[in-house]
Write a protein that binds this ligand. Structure first.
Ligand code: AHR
Length: 652
């Protein structure tokens, strides 16, 4: 061939001009893998105010006065010119767990002249009309003041009261008081509000564990925010990976997730240092994680602390590690045990009679960071003890096989892969990444993944970007998801991370991108949230053989796909991601299409790369449904530019 013709052909090939339309050929009779019914799940941890100030519905910030040992941060005096002092008082502990109280010296209080304490909440106290809030607190007086006390929800400047109730009297001994506060039909939906406890009689009063709950999801006491739970339930998650992430490990060994201290009465939970810039109240404790999973229809994937913390502390395998191994066995017993077991009985006493389903336990988190290189020994010790007591549990290693810290003394049932990549890199790697995985080795749990547009999550510059990602990231994410689903013979579970983020400008956000953003009143899902929902709500029980041909030879394939089948009905579900700015007309040919109905449904998410959702425009990009006609052994479908599509092809 003359050189100039070869060059011309080469150029045309590289821009795709000589190719016919791409063809997706499906062999509906050839199943290549079962799809794990719990493939799509959730991962979260206490980051970006996911729990305190987020999902956990408590409205009072610094409710036990431990957030700062010198000052009662988030509390202010309500005094209106009357003499009053408020101070942290370590001399009046509530008990061994809550050792610091708030003292109010209401010297200037008098009839008609109130003095009190006010909490500004988590970026305000959300008020809605016709809503009942449950207030509670511990209080005691110095004997001179006996109340009564007034509890109220007011505008931040105190000029309007939206709900209030009276506590008739308090005594010189610690006692818990409760009150129901109901807003009227004219209360404005607002968050520029505060919570106040006030008195008109002089004297000293101490307070602890001051709490205010709005209605919660499924009406659980100590429960969760309704909108965020609904957003998760709408994803139909198979599992909830909990309690983290880095949050499991803590900065130091003493800061690990202290599951035993997170059980039972809130007044016995001291809280602990979080690893993402703020303390954790531990109101979201182990049982709350389990109930959360249950309430959204998921089962827990329990991560147990394995003797390594973020700042490098580690526990050597052997006798030093044994207490941590025993602690993990207790934790598993708490989740799964019956009344005859110590920790099962404790769970029942805590209010959850039925054992929870548990199939997977993860040993540690990201132990590839451990410079002591003890993970193989630590994993082995946990593995042997858990396997001996719970032979049916599947155990996950946190280190990939090609890493020097990988586990080699035992064979994990799965390894946890974490990928935070640029969207373009996901798109580039998706066609082959999981195909390369050794089918003879452990399965894959892709326990953290998320595409970012350009700036890595751990670069400070990312803090100036919107907390949630845009459509460009969603296209990378969707390419990753089809790759995971297509490789269901090895990828048994996957979850985006992190899931939740407080988006208020000063909310001390430590990580982006995140899936669901919220402030005190509302929440929204980013485009990837909807791609995830489309995928998790629409898949069969088996992957069928499919090949995509006719694509140009370029770095990033324009299309990526997965095809699954419902083996009972024969219905097919095709997922296609078009990462380009051009429509992609694709010939779809199906062997074994005889059972398919001629009409199907398309669910499409599309938008320009820089488009996204936000608090003010929460549904800017959402999936749209349309009819697909002419379905048969051979038909064409045009996938719009920058789109994620699910084609549901039912059987007759
Ligand atoms: O998801 C954010 C963090 O990323 C997780 O805590 C950690 O496991 C990973 O490094």
């Amino acid at each position: 061939m003359p050189r100039c013709l070869a060059i011309t052909l080469g150029c045309l090939v590289s821009v795709g001009l000589l190719f016919a339309d791409p063809t997706l050929h499906i062999d509906a009779g050839q199943v290549t893998a079962p799809v794990n019914p719990t493939l799509y799940g959730l991962m979260t941890e206490e980051i970006n105010h996911s729990y305190d100030g987020g999902l956990y519905a408590e409205l009072i910030q610094n409710r036990t006065f431990q957030d700062n040992s010198k000052a009662p941060v988030h509390w202010s005096l309500v005094q209106g010119g009357n003499a009053a002092i408020m101070a942290i008082d370590p001399g009046q502990p509530l008990n061994d767990a809550l050792k610091t109280s708030l003292r109010l010296d209401a010297a200037g209080a008098a009839s008609g002249n109130r003095v009190g304490i006010a909490n500004d909440g988590w970026w305000g106290i959300p008020v809605r009309p016709d809503t009942t809030y449950r207030a509670s607190f511990y209080a005691k007086s110095d004997g001179t003041s006996s109340g009564p006390l007034t509890v109220s929800i007011e505008s931040s400047d105190g000029s309007k009261t939206f709900a209030s109730a009276r506590i008739p009297g308090i005594t010189g001994d610690w006692k818990q008081y409760t009150a129901m506060l109901k807003t009227g039909s004219d209360a404005p939906v607002s968050s520029t509000n505060r919570f106040v406890i006030s008195t008109e009689s002089p004297g000293k009063i101490w307070f602890n564990l001051v709490s205010l709950f709005p209605p919660t999801y499924k009406d659980r006491a100590n429960g969760n925010r309704i909108d965020l739970m609904q957003a998760m339930a709408d994803l139909k998650p198979g599992f909830l990976r909990c309690p983290g992430g880095n949050y499991l490990e803590g900065d130091r060994i003493a800061d690990r997730f202290p599951w035993k201290q997170t059980l039972g009465d809130l007044a016995t939970r001291p809280g602990h240092a979080g690893c993402w810039g703020y303390r954790s109240s531990d109101g979201m404790g182990l049982l709350e994680f389990l109930e959360w999973a249950e309430d959204v229809g998921a089962e827990p994937v329990l991560a147990v602390y394995a003797g390594y913390s973020l700042k490098g502390d580690h526990v050597n395998p052997g006798p030093d590690l044994q207490p941590f191994v025993d602690d993990a066995l207790d934790e598993i017993e708490y989740v799964t045990g019956d009344a005859s077991t110590k920790w099962g009985a404790r769970r029942i006493a805590d209010g959850h009679p039925a054992p929870l389903p548990l199939h997977w336990v993860e040993i540690g988190n990201e132990d590839f960071f451990d410079k002591s290189k003890t993970y193989d020994g630590r994993f082995t010790q946990f593995f042997d003890a858990i396997r001996a007591k719970y032979p049916d549990l599947k155990l996950i290693s946190t280190v990939m096989p090609d890493h020097p810290n990988h586990v080699h003394s035992r064979t994990p049932d799965a390894v946890d892969e974490h990928d935070y990549w640029k969207a373009a890199d996901y798109e580039k790697d998706a066609p082959t990444h999981f195909e390369k995985w050794d089918r003879k080795g452990p399965k894959l749990f892709v326990g953290e993944w998320a595409a970012f547009e350009d700036i890595v999550p751990w670069n400070k510059k990312s803090e100036s970007l919107p907390a949630t990602p845009n459509m460009k990231a969603a296209l990378g994410d969707a390419a990753w998801m089809v790759a995971m689903e297509r490789n269901s013979d090895v990828v048994v579970m996957q979850c985006y991370a992190p899931m939740l983020v407080r988006v208020d400008p000063n909310a001390d956000r430590r990580w982006r991108p995140d899936l669901i953003g919220f402030d005190s009143l509302t929440s929204f899902g980013c485009p990837t949230y909807y791609a995830f929902q489309m995928f998790s709500q629409n898949h069969g029980d088996s992957v069928v053989k499919a090949t995509l041909s006719g694509l140009p030879v370029v770095k990033v394939a324009p299309l990526d796909y997965s095809v699954t089948k419902d083996s009972k009905t024969g219905a097919l579900t095709i997922k296609m991601v078009n990462v380009t700015d051009a429509p992609q007309t694709t010939a779809i040919t199906i062997d074994g299409a005889a059972g398919l109905a001629p009409t199907g449904k398309a669910i499409t998410l599309s938008g320009k790369p820089d488009e996204t959702n936000s608090l003010t425009d929460p549904k800017h990009l959402v999936p749209v449904e349309s009819e697909v006609t002419g379905v048969g052994a051979s038909f064409n479908y045009t996938f719009p530019p920058y789109s994620v599509t699910v084609l549901r092809l039912p059987a007759h």
